[in-house]
Write a protein that binds this ligand. Structure first.
Ligand SMILES: [Zn+2]
Length: 372
């Protein structure tokens, strides 16, 4: 079993949900504690509130990992005159670290937006409601002696290369012969200085999104046996990867059916909706975690007639109705899907790397709204 620090965990999370995907206003990251702190117990929660902090203290948790950041508005004073500040003081006194991944997880591939779409069984051919970033794919071709190929391939996959759609660890090999003559000053892995050498080599090709380019190249430089590894890098112009908020998919449903499905999926007794008639048939539906009413026009432009999002305001709903968009508000708390989904992900890393880590779910946190 391997001991891990906050930093070990953060590195994994930020590969899954890169911080550059977060909105500028969003204070994601480590808000309390030190990166070097050992983590034996992590607790997952949607928010950091007094209930969660108490639960974390009782369970001797080292790190609370939340979706919503702990400090949205930095206090100018840190006395205990205010309940929010009391929470902060409690976290520091109890030496509990807090890390949050928010809009970066909303926009990440297979993050919040996809979790919600998956929960509603949206088909895979879904698109993004609001795209915030697009990047080209790169193709790398690297030449390596046959017997050193597997180690290199594994290292490149670990760096994230070999992605094609929903497939991982994709590569293509071609067998060939490499020729070279090491010159004075070279320290060849094989062959002698001044003598020509022939080696049976594989050309391994892989695709990866350009944002991880440095990591992939570094994996080659550290795992290739040659002093001067040879690789070619191409931009693939016909494949782009996109990131963004919300998902829209061809889903045939009535408003009423979707309401029933939402209630069952997210265990809701009531929810609000605004629409023409509850029997209206929709062919395309969009879901947007958190508060998405400002993004409905992007969903409308892509053909959605039903928009599912939290925190819908009176005037926001009026605007949507005027534009022909029906809206269902299942509440912001459906984002607590973060807890089981992230637990699944942390467990995968834990098993893969033999982490000495206990993963807890905050159980006492409830939706702030009640219906009576
Ligand atoms: Zn949220």
């Amino acid at each position: 079993m391997n001991q891990i620090t906050v930093n070990d965990l953060v590195e994994k999370i930020e590969r899954f949900a890169p911080p550059y995907l977060a909105e500028d206003w969003d204070p994601i990251g480590l808000s309390f504690g030190s990166k070097d702190k050992l983590v034996k117990k992590v607790m997952l929660a949607l928010d950091v509130d007094a209930t969660t902090i108490q639960e974390a203290k009782e369970n001797h948790v080292d790190l609370i990992f939340t979706h919503h950041p702990a400090v949205f508005k930095a206090p100018k004073l840190l006395n205990s005159d205010d309940t929010r500040r009391q929470d902060y003081i409690e976290l520091i006194k109890s030496d509990i670290a807090v890390y949050s991944a928010h809009t970066n997880i909303d926009a990440a591939e297979n993050g919040m937006s996809d979790w919600l779409a998956d929960a509603l069984s949206f088909p895979e051919n879904r698109s993004i409601v609001s795209t915030i970033r697009e990047e080209f794919y790169k193709k790398i071709a690297v030449y390596v002696p046959v017997e050193a190929a597997e180690k290199l391939r594994t290292a490149m996959h670990e760096a994230g290369a070999g992605e094609v759609g929903q497939y991982n660890d994709v590569s293509y090999d071609m067998l060939g012969v490499g020729h070279f003559t090491p010159s004075d000053g070279a320290h060849p892995d094989r062959g002698e200085v001044g003598e020509s050498e022939t080696v049976e080599e594989l050309r391994i090709e892989m695709l990866f999104p350009e944002s991880i380019r440095d990591r992939v190249i570094q994996s080659i430089l550290t795992n290739h046996p040659y002093e001067e590894p040879v690789y070619d890098l191409y931009t693939i112009e016909n494949q782009k990867k996109a990131y963004g908020f919300g998902r829209i998919a061809p889903v045939e449903t009535t408003t009423e059916e979707m309401i029933t499905q939402l209630k069952e999926t997210f265990n809701l007794s009531h929810l609000r909706y605004a629409g023409q008639t509850s029997s209206r048939i929709h062919k395309k539906v969009a879901i947007f975690g958190g508060s998405g009413e400002n993004y409905y026009k992007e969903a409308l432009a892509q053909g959605a007639t039903l928009f599912i999002t939290g925190d819908v305001s009176y005037h926001g709903a009026q605007d949507m109705l005027r534009d022909g968009m029906d809206v269902i508000d299942p509440g912001h708390f459906i984002e607590s899907i973060f807890v089981p989904k992230m637990k699944e992900q942390l467990n995968q890393w834990k098993n893969l790397h033999q982490w000495d880590l206990e993963i807890l779910e905050a159980r006492l946190q409830k939706d702030v709204f009640k219906f009576s």
